[in-house]
Write a protein that binds this ligand. Sequence first.
Ligand SMILES: *[C@@H]1O[C@H](CO)[C@@H](O)[C@H](O)[C@H]1NC(C)=O
Length: 392
Amino acid sequence: MLSFLKVFILLLVLPLVLSKPVVNNVLSYGAIGDGLKDDTSSLLKAWEATCKSSSSSATMYFPPNRMFLTHPLLLKGPCKADVVRVEINGTITAPSEPKNWKCGSDNCDTWLHFSHIDGLEISGSGTISGRGQKWWDIKRGKDKPAALRITNSKNIGLSGLRFKDNPKMHIVLNGVQTAYLSYLKIEAPSHSPNTDGIHIGDSTDVHIQHCNIGTGDDCISIGGGSKKLRINDIICGPGHGISVGSLGKHGDYDEVDDVEIVGAVFTGTTNGARIKTWQGGKGYARNIRFEHILCQNCDNPIIIDQFYCDHEKCEDHDSAVKVSNVKFVNVMGTSKRETAVKIECSKTVPCEDIVLDTIHLRSSQEKKKATSYSSNARGEVRGEVVPKIVLN
Ligand SMILES: *[C@@H]1O[C@H](CO)[C@@H](O)[C@H](O)[C@H]1NC(C)=O
């Protein structure tokens, strides 16, 4: 009877013990957090412990009021817990001199790299500050690191954090399935090159909400292989707006399908809602909806550009990434350039099912009128659309 009771109690208590949340404070693994000492190896140890923990919820914790200096880190799964948490309430920073970064040929493209994890929740009130100023001065030739990259993973949450002055893109998702990004603040000056806020590629079912992004490149860029994206309530500026593309570079085959961007305010950005593809590319960008967009003094509030080219001379090609079923609904505000709406498609692969529904864009320049331009774009105009545009 007694042993039966013991077994009974054990059975009752065991799951509680096993699922007791584990919090691994990085300080307990030797991290100092004074902004000077290299904490890389201590952070790796804290990650290993967290990832291997058999608790159903394990947390790697960065306490506040500390600055953890780290070189490129690969935080790799698979992990044991159902959900691994990384709670960052302090600051994570990098060497400010690019030449002091300790990385090799295979890991210099990423600073904080999470890979092969199913169930990852990154949150906190802390900052990811890559001190990228010196990187921005380097022109070409050197691979610059993305700040936070998540690859080949699923069921991801990323919220609350602030990203500041990172060397290149701030957040990159590659090969991610099901991710929720919210309440992020991303900031870098308008002159910082290629500092996209969030870049998504080869990922499905990605939700981005309530983010405030101002950088020197796209606030959000959507690359090939992106499907089922839901983007809501974004404040963007400075920056290049929210872009699908560029797609089809070097003749690549790219697919982007089922993207909804609903609720975005662009202030002083070069673009608002943009789709850009290279000549000579293949594949498609389709089923894309931009809705409830406010542009305040954007250079190009609405733009589809099938002739995208980032250097001076681009050759003409017959093939192009097909652009179809793209809706711009309820787009208001002001345009800095005269051409507020530009739908420029190729003759051989025209854009199809383009819908402009309730557009009101005027020039932000005194006494100037906003105009529109379209070529090889088929579709329809609904509601009141100003400036007037003809699709055929
Ligand atoms: C981290 O900061 C958040 C927000 O300030 C707070 O809610 C949370 O409790 C902190 N985490 C820990 C483990 O103290």
